[in-house]
Design a protein around this ligand. Structure first.
Ligand code: ADP
Ligand code: MG
Length: 475
């Protein structure tokens, strides 16, 4: 067999996989692509500058050992940082670009006066007529880092947030995009970063705003014919936090204006923090040029917290509210409400309320009643494991076969159906569906969903599969 970039890299991966945590392997090594092998030098493509820095900081030793094993003492590793092309530039990759000119935007691409020295500043947060140039940050001081408890599910996002807070605009996490499902702490973390920055740098102008409100303000500004004032207002912010950017999907006017604001802030070393309920690859109806901006910095996911983290979040909440509750009950609630921290807190609050209104003692029975209501009222999300089990049972194969690398048509179809239902019935990202169903990438999952859509409308037998499975999977 000839030695290729791919074969060398595969061997390295095998070695690395055996020597680090599976989660770390998945996060930091699976996304890497081997690109080129020249003599003793292997080029690998990494998704971002942050990624490269993280590898250098944490994995340089193991990379060196692995590569030396393959290519000998003179082995060299070259990183290629993938940059999204923005202006139809066909060149797919760019070598490391120094951060000072990382921004590909030139002033003439922006159609608004960037250095508008006009001091008259219209603040969309205040009623016209009242002159007030001081910008209120709109932050909620109760959402702090201190009460944002750390766990495996949020470690990366939380530490990236802390890094940004200690050096706003000065890290490569710009923008910092925090994404994850409903009630997992995106808003809390976004505020915490802002609150911490205000604390450390009182002179900085920090602004928190939901994408919805931002859109509303923009629409108003167009109506009132002061779009430029709106833009100018946002361009003087030092730290701009926009919550729930998925709300911008389909709103091309607002996206356009945000694009200009973003470029201006980024070019001037200002920090942008975004949250979204989806990973950038899964966002729909957001312009490519904006999506590519989102990927410049770091995208950090908030996942569902594990049991220990759920228990500590509950205990922390009870402690802050000055309520005591038997350990057994806390654990019962944490065991039964898993996928949403807001619901977890909701259950505890209603438990406290029930007991104090009805003068009942907080017992495990009462906890059961309350939790039951919560679990029943919230539509249960099926898990990807469950979907794989149902699909493989239906086709009478085992899950290993479903996940295998075979190209046999009926197995491929079963796998594509599992991916299709995972996309339809869970909030998991394409990438995470792919990695759970036979370690495929997000493009494979996307392709599977399209294939299932096509076959459903053209193939009667296949449509029957989809209908049967839909019934079996409906919860
Ligand atoms: P999202 O914006 O992702 O929907 P929120 O930020 O509104 O979620 O969080 C929902 C609730 O859960 C909030 O009350 C928040 O304080 C709480 N919460 C989320 N994550 C944590 C955490 N790690 N520690 C403590 N409380 C948390
Ligand atoms: Mg939120």
């Amino acid at each position: 067999m000839s030695v290729t970039a791919q074969s060398v890299w595969n061997n390295c991966l095998e070695f690395i996989k055996d020597n680090i945590q599976p989660q770390a392997y998945k996060t930091w090594f699976e996304p890497i692509k081997a690109v080129k092998l020249t003599d003793k030098s292997l080029s690998i493509q990494v998704p971002s500058k942050f990624f490269y820095e993280w590898l250098e900081e944490h994995y340089v030793k193991i990379l060196k050992v692995a590569l030396t094993k393959e290519l000998g003492e003179t082995a060299k590793l070259v990183y290629i940082i993938k940059m999204e092309n923005t202006y139809g530039n066909k060149q797919p990759f760019t070598e490391r670009i120094p951060s000072s000119n990382r921004s590909a935007v030139k002033a003439q691409d922006v159609d608004i006066p960037l250095n508008n020295k006009n001091p008259e500043l219209r603040n969309p947060f205040i009623i016209p007529g009242i002159r007030n140039v001081k910008i209120e940050s709109q932050l909620n001081p109760n959402y702090s880092f201190e009460n944002f408890l750390e766990g495996d599910s949020n470690r990366l996002a939380r530490s990236a947030g802390l890094a940004v807070a200690s050096k706003p605009g000065g890290t490569s996490f710009n923008p910092l995009l925090i994404f994850g499902g409903v009630g997992l702490g995106k808003t809390h973390l976004a505020h915490a970063i802002g609150v911490d920055i205000k604390d450390k740098y009182p002179e900085k102008t920090v602004l928190y705003i939901s994408a919805e409100k931002f859109t509303q303000q923009y629409i108003d500004s167009v109506k009132k014919n002061n779009r430029n004032d709106f833009i100018h207002f946002y361009q003087i912010i030092d730290v701009l936090i926009i919550d729930d950017v998925q709300f911008l999907s389909g709103k091309s006017g607002t996206q356009d204006v945000f694009f200009h604001i973003f470029n201006h802030l980024h070019q001037n070393g200002k920090q942008v923090i975004l949250t979204s309920d989806k990973a950038p690859v899964d966002m729909q109806d957001i312009e490519q040029r904006l999506l590519s901006r989102f990927k410049w910095g770091l995208s950090a996911e908030l996942q569902s917290p594990d049991f220990e983290t759920r228990v500590s979040i509950l205990k922390n909440k009870l402690y802050r509210d000055g309520v005591e509750m038997p350990e057994e009950i806390i654990e019962y609630v944490a065991k039964n409400i898993k996928s949403n921290i807001r619901e977890l807190e909701g259950a505890i609050i209603s438990l406290i309320a029930q007991s104090s209104f009805n003068k009942k003692e907080i017992t495990i029975d009462l906890a059961k009643q309350v939790v039951e209501k919560f679990v029943k009222n919230t539509k249960r999300e099926v898990s990807i494991d469950y979907i794989q089990k149902v699909v493989s049972d239906y086709f009478q194969m085992d899950i290993d076969t479903l996940q295998s690398k075979t190209r046999k048509r009926h197995i491929v179809q079963a796998r594509q159906l599992a991916m299709f239902f995972a996309k339809k019935l869970t909030k998991a990202s394409l990438a995470s569906i792919g990695s759970q169903i036979g370690k495929r990438d997000h493009a494979t999952v996307l392709h599977a969903c399209k294939t299932v859509d096509n076959l459903t409308s053209t193939d009667k037998q296949f449509r029957k599969y989809v209908e049967d499975l839909s019934k079996k999977l409906s919860v």
